[in-house]
Design a protein around this ligand. Structure first.
Ligand code: NAD
Length: 329
């Protein structure tokens, strides 16, 4: 089976080729552009496509994919908020994903962001490079005994919570369901409102759905503690960025760490250092000294890339052999 890989970076190619073998009978073609109306012609002559988080598979794109004979869409990620699943079902296109690759990778990055932002390690690094050893402006706070609210206690949220429990923090969590393992570890199932009111740090780990879009809005921010630290390594649109900027300006939000951004599709994963960025909201975010942004790299470990490649190849191989697709969306 021929599969066109979109948004293909050198590391995607390296890991997919390393994990593929001749018995799978899968031939990958690698294309750097995102999947779009302009690049869709690259998928011609293939039976499947393989895409990532910022490929927009809206109804129109799905219809075009169907018309050129695409039978399967293999996502190299867990989230599928960028795919019109209803349109895929209507056109008989199968969608498969990688539900879990390394929740540890994302959880560890989340904790890395919290520590960096709190202890200003990124600023200290730059100062020391210039022989500036002054500590003014670098003061942080102990995480020990602080209250941390986790929204979404799935695979990533739970590992993040467990790591933070090791710091001696009090963990409150909100999810659609109470979790007995978390309860037995001393974490407390709480309402969203309680999390907003009580937490010194709030970390988002729920998926992006119509009900979670802009879950962090002006009203939610108003009810948070003064100087709260907000962390988002899940999906950008969980946060209303304009409301967060307002919260940063009023000092209600004391710290903001983002690995994802609502309009990241035009920015992340590319080297734009020699280009003009036109996103005024994003540029405003970067002007705050208490905002730390990484470009959707929380997943980016060797273990995660290897697992993504293995599961993607298994998904495609199972489809080809008419086996039950355990990762079908
Ligand atoms: P998961 O499915 O294991 O957990 C998600 C949890 O969110 C579940 O427990 C679910 O019940 C809960 N949830 C669903 N709707 C909710 C709501 N309205 N309010 C509160 N909780 C709700 O998923 P996961 O593997 O832990 O991944 C979480 C998210 O992390 C993914 O959806 C994805 O968007 C994001 N992610 C980011 C990266 C990255 O590199 N930054 C990598 C992988 C995943």
């Amino acid at each position: 089976m021929k599969v066109a890989v979109f948004s293909a970076k050198p590391y995607d190619k390296e890991f997919l080729l390393k994990e593929n073998n001749i018995e799978n009978n899968i031939q990958f073609s690698f294309f750097e552009p995102h999947l779009s109306g302009d690049s869709i012609k690259l998928a011609e002559g293939h039976e499947g496509i393989c895409v990532f988080v910022n490929d927009d598979l809206n109804r129109q794109i799905v219809e075009q994919l169907s018309s050129i004979g695409i039978k399967i869409i293999a996502l190299r990620c867990a989230g599928f908020n960028n795919v019109d699943i209803k349109a895929c079902n209507e056109h008989g296109i199968v969608v498969v994903r990688v539900p879990s690759y390394s929740p540890n990778a994302v959880a560890e990055h989340t904790v890395g962001l919290i520590l960096t932002l709190n202890r200003k390690i990124h600023r200290a690094y730059n100062r020391v490079k210039e022989n500036n050893f002054a500590l003014d402006g670098l003061m942080g706070f102990d995480i020990y005994q602080k209250t941390i609210g986790i929204i979404g206690i799935g695979k990533i949220g739970k590992i993040t919570a467990k790591i933070l429990l090791g710091f001696g923090a009090k963990i409150l969590y909100y999810d659609l369901h109470q979790d007995s393992e978390c309860d037995s570890l001393g974490m407390r199932y709480s309402s969203l409102e309680e999390i907003y009111v009580q937490s010194n740090i709030i970390s988002l780990h729920c998926p992006l759905t119509p009900s979670t879009k802009h879950i962090i809005n002006e009203q939610a921010i108003d009810s948070m503690k003064q100087g709260v630290m907000l962390v988002n390594t899940s999906r950008g649109a969980l946060i209303d960025t304009k409301a967060v900027i307002k919260g940063l300006k009023s000092l209600k939000i004391g710290y903001l760490a983002l690995d994802v951004y609502e309009e990241e599709a035009d920015l992340f994963f590319e080297d734009l250092s020699a280009k003009m960025i036109n996103d005024e909201v994003f540029l405003r975010l970067l002007t705050f000294p208490n905002v730390l942004v990484t470009g959707h790299q929380a997943f980016f470990t060797q273990e995660a890339l290897s697992q993504i490649a293995k599961t993607t190849i298994k998904n495609l191989s199972d489809f080809q052999s008419n086996k039950v697709l355990e990762n079908k969306v």
